[in-house]
Design a protein around this ligand. Sequence first.
Ligand code: UDP
Ligand code: MG
Length: 340
Amino acid sequence: MTFNPEAATGSSDASAPQRVLRHALPACVWLVIPCYNESETLEVTPQLFLDELDRLISEGMASPESRILFVNDGSSDGTWDKIWNLSTAHERVCGLSLSRNRGHQNALMAGLMAAKDHCDAAISLDVDGQDDISVMSAMLAEYASGHDIVYGVRSSRETDSWFKRTSAEAFYKLLNSMDAEVVFNHADYRLMSARALEALSTFTERNIYLRGLVPLIGFPSAQVEYQRAERTAGETHYPFRKMLGLAIDGITSLSTTPIRMVVGAGFIVTLFGLLISIWSIVMLCLGRTVAGWASLICVVALLGGMQLVSVGIIGEYVGKTYLEVKRRPRYIESERTWGG
Ligand code: UDP
Ligand code: MG
């Protein structure tokens, strides 16, 4: 791992600790690109990525050791053959193939973890050309000024349907209201420094939602805006059903607020039940009831709420167990004032 802190103190003592204020350029950059049944797309976009990487190298932002890593996520349409051929034709292309389809997030994680020990920074992006590659230089400029994570943020969602746009915005707001920090309008187009990748590797949970995990890492971060284009070829792998699945994964892996909501609902129902019980007792005293009605109402009204509260309390413990079994790091160190 080559993390290049530049001294800002001007200290002449080489053994003295140096503050990490900037990252040196050119950086060894790895582009990490998950691919699932993308043989059509792989006819078009790799050359664009190669040209852009060449440009970054010639501008002194990326080093000649930089690479493009295509991750084949168990495709069944000859995607891996295409990646293999690309890697033999171009020295800057490498490929990694997963044994079967594990989904976008896992494929991305596999690529990032494979890149982590070879690069100074990795940039993850879609293979379909939707993520505007010309902003990679802006990402590297932010990286150079000391940011460990640079989020690509969509400046507008004009290319999306009304439904996708509205549901995505509602989802970001819902997640943030549940104390799960996600960057608004950011998908998985982002730069991460080697130390941010190292920190990500300490999150050992199986069920991953990178958009929620990466902000938990901390370290200085920045955002760059870009226009998301239409797919160059092929079709999206995120139809509504899968988007909903990702949204549920996102909420449940980042937040236990839904459990708290059950407890809250339980208290409200109990309160309501109490009022109904008082009302039924008043009716009983006024003699406006038939035999057995008041006692029945009291039991029915109170039991529902109490059951909800009980389920919520059990849920609190299940939630705690859930967070414990993830074995997330308790903290991630950023700097020390002593060396070694
Ligand atoms: N992808 C993957 N595994 C999957 C689904 C998708 O590796 O199971 C890849 C896909 O090839 C693409 C990226 O993840 O490079 C994002 O998928 P897609 O472009 O279909 O999603 P969208 O941009 O429409 O949300
Ligand atoms: Mg895409």
